[in-house]
Design a binder for this molecule. Sequence first.
Ligand code: SAH
Length: 236
Amino acid sequence: MRLGIISALAEEQNGLIEAMENAAKVTHGMRDYTAGRLWGVDSVCVLSRIGKVAAAMTASILVEKFGVTHIVFTGVAGSGDLGVRVGDVVVADSLVQHDMDASPLFPRFEIPLTGQSRIASDRELTRRLSTAARDFLQNEPGSPQFHRGLIASGDQFINKRAQLNALKDALPELLAVEMEGAAVAQVCFELGIPFGIIRTISDNANEDAAVDFMHFVHTVASRYAYNILKHFCQPQ
Ligand code: SAH
């Protein structure tokens, strides 16, 4: 396995490059790709920046230029369900591009000419990410919860209750909203690369989202990412 690890923002990947052995950085297409051994796993870490195109480009280059065989995206997300709280962790079973709508030519959410609207994540990576998240959360104060299910991505920071409610009406199983996961899913689906997406909830995708997001990203996000990835690379 050569593992590609993507996050949108530096805070979501804090400490990973420092934890790498024999780290070597290559800059390509305005991004830094750092390859090395991360807790024994041959890995390449990169920040995609925000949004679906940025994430799709990064995932493609990880596979085509850096030869990764598996991809994990780790980052933060807005809650898509009342039962999913700030500090909880969501691992995606499947991903949908919530702003994809080529109707009436194709059903809403279907990615034209692929026949896919929800792309399933890899079962084994998802199982390993889930175990890693559960192990980490066990010892966290405030009893954060683990969830597994549907994550929706789009080129929008969702910060209005009405916007989220409209999305929830169309996708009742929705657990989290973010801006990259479903793009990585499409690239990996088309290239035949197993992938997994893990998100810590930073905000409730409502009017307070921007403030909650900034606070969370600066205080806890990186600790979650670092520890969950560590458990993932070194299963107990
Ligand atoms: N104002 C912020 C914008 C961050 S965008 C800034 O200046 O940095 C939010 C990032 O976190 C995206 O990468 C997305 O994947 C995730 N995210 C967290 N909460 C979100 C929400 N409510 N809606 C959409 N994406 C969210």
